[in-house]
Design a protein around this ligand. Structure first.
Ligand code: NAD
Length: 491
């Protein structure tokens, strides 16, 4: 039987796209082909934008209280299909079921947060700002928006955008990662069950060509991308040149600093979860651990031991603690990364290359790897996006901060300490958008923007929280004068 070919959802119907090429979608634990995904032609976009534009023109009139009614129904449907969605994520993305459930919970929290839109959309007013003059600020929908999402959080990241876009009165075109399309299909199928006008959220599968066409299309007013820094920069430049509102979240190289006074067990556990959770395929993965002064004596052997004990396998097996990488190319890239780090002077303390999982010999696995690195080698590298933790040593907090601040990315940095003054200083001086104090993966919860600085973010308004409301609305300022009659009486 040839693999199933996945449809697009355009203009409110599921349909076979115009596509010259189809890509296989793998189960990364088994290398089995689950389906084929179309690289939809740019021409497909015109019809999607036209129907989204018509749907949005009617939707902007629907009161926000009714709009969030659909989100409440969506939340319930996502809860009812929780386990099915988690298994879908694990099958195509490879992460463990526990990790899939966790990302789904975060996605549902975004739906919950957007249910507060009647409050979040409030503007502000002044009465009598000048004689007989009142002034108001209202928030109106942006129009048609597009979201381009990565493979590593197949449900959570589309849900960073979808509830806010729709709740603020917009239409949304979703272009999910071509490597994890099934989850996006289910998210859109379930949304249709809420009774939401069908052309309001559309799903187009595709690759770079389609995304570039989205950047250029005059009927799309805002575009969000989450992906590698290369993709984020390219889309930011292209969409901004076309006059669109753009937010592009990119890659990272995140450090976790362990002070000598830290709760060591907590720091080791956090570093291991940060480095090897989701097989290191997180934009908030810990890829550098910096042990300060005496901390190295206990931290380095402890992290090696915890890393070596991590059970690797098919994420559907409840005993498994770490799944495979997303593709064979990713597996080869991570293996190459370790070899290059070695050439640059790093020493593998634990080497996860070339190991196989019994029963899953074809799977795209790399086992946990720990490198004793040199600062040059560790910082010169781009993002690893695999289960590789580089260890560095620093003499004091100053040195750790300057290692962090010399990197090109600015997504996250974490500190483990019992000293409030050190924590405060770190929080103030680390040049990153997300900070963890005694927290290893400081992923902002749905009510806060998912920040990011330097080459980890291009734009000004991030995903989630109040930033999402600002991104999906434009402000309208109204000045009103209703002159009173002569003699000061109200006419
Ligand atoms: P990717 O850049 O390969 O793809 C992301 C999306 O962009 C996909 O939908 C893809 O089709 C599209 N795309 C890829 N290259 C493009 C280009 N040149 N022009 C236009 N569109 C393009 O990323 P990925 O491998 O799917 O995801 C992993 C990356 O995402 C990592 O770098 C990770 O750090 C990053 N990420 C960042 C965040 C964050 O919030 N900063 C969150 C999750 C993932």
């Amino acid at each position: 039987m040839p693999p199933v070919r996945l449809p697009n959802f355009v203009g409110g119907t599921w349909r076979r796209p115009q596509a010259e090429a189809w890509l296989p979608v793998f189960n990364p634990a088994t290398a089995e082909v689950l389906a084929e995904v179309p690289l939809s032609a740019a021409a497909e976009l015109d019809e999607a934008v036209a129907s989204a534009t018509a749907a949005q023109a009617a939707w902007r009139d629907v009161p926000v209280t009714e709009r969030v009614g659909y989100l409440f129904r969506y939340f319930r449907l996502l809860e009812e299909h929780y386990e099915e969605l988690a298994r879908t994520i694990t099958r195509e993305c490879g992460k463990t079921l526990a990790e899939a459930r966790g990302e789904l919970r975060r996605g549902l929290e975004s739906v919950q947060a957007a249910c507060a839109l009647p409050l979040l959309l409030q503007g502000y007013s002044n009465e009598q700002l000048a004689y007989d003059l009142d002034e108001h600020l209202f928030r109106q929908p942006l129009g048609v928006a597009a979201a381009v999402t990565p493979f590593n959080f197949p449900a959570m990241i589309p849900l960073w955008f979808l509830p806010y876009a729709v709740g603020c009165g917009n239409a949304l075109l979703l272009k999910p990662s071509e490597r994890v399309p099934h989850t996006a299909v289910r998210l859109v199928e379930l949304l249709a069950e809420t009774g939401l006008p069908r052309a309001l959220v559309q799903l187009l599968h595709g690759g770079q060509e389609l995304v570039h066409a989205m950047c250029d299309h005059p009927g799309i007013h805002g575009i969000s991308l989450v992906g590698s820094t290369q993709a984020a920069r390219a889309v930011y430049q292209r969409a901004a040149a076309a006059g669109k509102r753009v937010q592009c979240q990119g890659g990272a190289r995140n450090a976790l600093v362990v002070m000598p006074d830290a709760d060591l067990d907590g720091a080791v556990q956090a570093a291991a979860d940060g480095a090897f959770g989701c097989a290191g395929q997180r934009c908030l993965a810990t890829s550098l651990a910096i042990a300060v002064d005496q901390a190295r004596h206990r931290f380095i052997p402890a992290i090696q031991a915890v890393a070596a004990s991590r059970r690797v396998g098919n994420g559907l097996d409840p005993q498994v603690e770490m799944g495979p990488l997303i593709t064979q190319e990713s597996q080869a890239r991570v293996v190459r990364f370790v070899a290059e780090a070695e050439n640059a002077g790093a020493k593998p303390l634990l080497d996860g290359r070339g190991r196989r999982v019994p029963g899953y010999e074809q799977g795209f696995f790399v086992f946990p790897t720990v490198l004793a690195a040199t600062a040059d080698a560790a910082l010169a590298h781009a993002e690893v996006f695999g289960p590789v933790l580089s260890l560095l040593e620093a003499r004091n907090l100053d040195e750790a901060l300057s290692l962090i601040n010399s990197g090109r990315y600015g997504n996250m940095a974490c500190l483990f300490t019992r000293d409030g003054a050190a924590a405060r200083r770190f929080r103030y001086e680390a040049q990153v958008g997300n900070v963890g104090i005694n927290v290893g993966v400081a992923a902002p919860m749905a009510w806060y923007p998912f920040s990011g600085w330097k080459e980890s973010f291009f734009g000004d308004l991030h995903a989630q929280g109040r930033h999402a409301v600002e991104f999906y609305t434009q402000t309208k300022v109204v000045m009103e004068r209703w002159p009173r009659g002569r003699g000061g009486s109200v006419s």
